[in-house]
Design a protein around this ligand. Structure first.
Ligand SMILES: [Zn+2]
Length: 637
């Protein structure tokens, strides 16, 4: 189905977060890098307490985390974390290298630096910051990115500290590694000027590319993250957090539009049926007895552990919960997210998906009967849990169901690997920023601006010149590299394979082979960077022929290890070919003696070539066979 995004009033804004590769962290002298697993770790346990903001308001996102009542465990690797990260010591002066780098990126994005930088505290309540807030400072305003579908404004550019990284999580606890806390991040926020999913991709790519060209950013998985805010005219502004792959962006946008349209469809349907929010009841019913002989594993194992089965009757709702909101996700899935997030239950079962999961048609009839509902028009939701969790879960589900009459709720969602999203938490209120009193304001003076001047970020035209003149690419190939979202991949590979593999082979592989494989339906995105680099390294070292590259990529994309994938294509050394020739001569020695040197040549060549099959040059094999045959007959005299 073709969607006309412009007529739906699609508006998308991007927040691009990129780690900077400075020597130290933003507010202390610890290295700005992640600790290895075998570092020496200490553990610190904290509990989270909720205070009101300076203005006396309670932040909805904060209330949410406290309601979940989790214990927070921090792992502090020695040498990567000091008292600043543990919030036992005030922050040091802001890292000047990070500040100059961020300002140079701001300049390349046409933004104006502020006169004075104020570090602010932004409340963060999921425990990922030991002090309960993240330090952030706006360093530049304004700016824009050019795009073929229209210029996209940049609202703010901020320098901030990265949060601790979550390494484990379970019922009632969460574990963070503190190594990432304090690594400098630049955050570029665009205006909601983006109008199509493809434009979102191009703009995110362009911003990332400018950062990359500064030469001062960290590379690899997790070093760049995109958040999106997406809305359509009749829907609501949804924040989607943590899109860490560029190519997912258009999918995330398209699926979110689909989701908002479906939720609006559900709203219309509820009104058409004459239902009202108060038709969603406040109370739920214990149906454990009704299901005591049921085959369902979830029900059985739950009941064995002392849990109960609770049902929320939903008169008039039949078909609503099973409505698909985006590929693979139904309205019931959205409700399950709420139940999990607020109640800590493992999920919900709803009548639109039954009979299934061992709940039979007869069980279904019994539940309907027990709830006094009619199968043809009513629905219900089951939760297997203790009473307390069920209460919290149903309360969230009931609120969400009542909101279905209003439309699309404003919420913060997380991206799934397939581009769909799931509920994460309510959107934070406006009462979450206040000044950091431990750090004095920083004047953006001429000496700082001079330092910024020294960091040169090349313009795309200059990059084109380097690709043609220094890398030796054709103008066409170079222009294509800049146009498509692959230049950063290309530059990474050229850096890592310097002196081994020619830029020409790297560019051809990315632009021609990868693309045509993708067209053939191969999931080239499954090829990891290290494997792609490994394949190109093997070409550069002459271990495989460059003609073998597409086949090797195919094998890796279908799950082979790099070694397995390379093996059938490895070119043979002269010594290896010699050994093969010798063994073939030896095992056919009678025939060869009978035929004589001239008439044996073709015979031996044929045998050898069928063994080496494309892994050795024909002329080389021919020379070796000749040499071996000659010496054989010479020995014989
Ligand atoms: Zn530190």
């Amino acid at each position: 189905m073709e969607i006309d995004y412009k007529s739906l009033g699609l508006r998308v804004g991007l927040e691009v977060h990129q780690q900077l590769s400075t020597k130290s962290k933003l507010f202390c002298g610890c290295p700005a890098e992640l600790a290895p697993e075998n570092a020496v770790y200490r553990e610190v346990i904290r509990n989270l307490w909720l205070g009101k903001s300076e203005l006396g308001e309670l932040d909805p996102a904060a209330a949410y985390e406290v309601a979940r009542g989790r214990r927070i465990v921090y792992r502090a690797p020695e040498g990567y974390v000091c008292l600043v990260e543990l919030d036992e010591e005030p922050p040091h002066d802001i890292n000047k290298e990070a500040l100059a780098t961020a300002l140079s990126i701001a300049r390349a994005l046409n933004a104006k630096p502020v006169d004075e930088i104020y570090v602010m505290r932004k409340i963060v309540v999921d425990g990922s910051n030991t002090c309960g807030f993240q330090r952030t400072a706006i360093i530049a305003l304004g700016g824009y990115v050019e795009d073929e579908e229209g210029t996209v404004g940049i609202q703010t550019i901020a320098l901030e500290e990265d949060a601790a990284r979550k390494v484990d999580e379970g019922p009632g606890f969460v574990v963070y590694n503190l190594d990432r806390l304090g690594i400098p991040l630049i955050e570029v926020s665009t205006a909601p000027d983006i109008r199509t999913p493809e434009q979102a991709l191009r703009v995110a790519y362009r911003i990332g590319l400018i950062m990359r060209l500064s030469g001062k950013v960290r590379r690899g998985i997790g070093t760049i993250r995109q958040d999106l805010n997406i809305s359509i005219e009749k829907g609501a502004r949804t924040e989607v957090k943590g899109v860490d792959k560029l190519e997912l962006i258009p999918k995330v946008v398209a699926y979110e539009v689909m989701r908002q349209l479906s939720l609006l469809g559900i709203k219309d349907e509820l009104h058409r049926r004459g239902l009202r929010p108060e038709d969603v009841p406040d109370s739920f019913v214990d149906v454990t007895e009704v299901l005591k002989d049921c085959e369902s594993r979830v029900v059985r194992s739950g009941v064995e552990k002392g849990m109960r089965v609770y049902a929320l009757p939903l008169p008039g709702f039949r078909g609503i919960l099973g409505t698909e909101v985006c590929p693979g996700r139904r309205f019931g899935t959205e409700l399950a997210d709420y139940a999990r997030a607020w109640g800590g239950v493992s999920g919900i079962i709803h009548s639109d998906e039954l009979p299934a999961y061992g709940i039979s048609e007869r069980d279904l009839d019994s539940i309907y009967e027990r709830l006094g509902l009619v199968k043809l028009k009513d629905a219900f939701i089951l939760i297997v849990s203790d009473r307390e969790r069920a209460e919290r879960a149903f309360s969230a589900v009931v609120d969400r169901l009542r909101y279905a009459f209003v439309g699309v709720p404003r919420e913060t969602r997380a991206a799934n690997p397939d581009g769909t999203t799931r509920y994460l938490r309510p959107q934070p209120g406006t009462a979450r920023m206040y000044p950091e009193t431990d750090i004095r304001p920083i004047r953006v003076d001429s000496s700082l601006l001079e330092e910024v001047e020294r960091i040169k970020i090349p313009k795309p035209e200059e990059v084109l010149r380097v690709l043609v003149e220094e890398h030796g690419l054709s103008r066409d190939l170079a222009a294509q590299l800049i146009r498509e979202p692959v230049l950063d991949l290309y530059l990474d590979l050229v850096d890592d394979l310097r002196g081994v593999t020619s830029p020409q082979i790297i560019a051809t592989t990315i632009l021609i082979h990868m693309k045509s494989l993708k067209r053939e339906g191969l999931s080239v995105e499954r090829v990891r960077y290290v494997d792609l680099a490994g394949i190109l390294r093997a070409v550069g070292r002459g271990e495989i022929a460059k003609e073998a590259v597409p086949e090797v990529i195919k094998a890796v994309a279908s799950g082979s290890s790099l070694e397995e994938a390379l093996k059938p294509f490895r070119t043979l050394s002269v010594e290896e070919v010699e050994r093969i020739v010798e063994s073939i001569i030896e095992s056919n020695i009678e025939t060869i003696r009978a035929r004589g040197p001239e008439r044996s040549l073709g015979f031996v060549m044929g045998r050898v070539m069928s063994v080496v099959r494309g892994r050795a040059d024909g002329a080389m094999v021919n020379a070796i066979v000749r040499k071996k045959l000659l010496s054989l007959f010479r020995e014989q005299g």
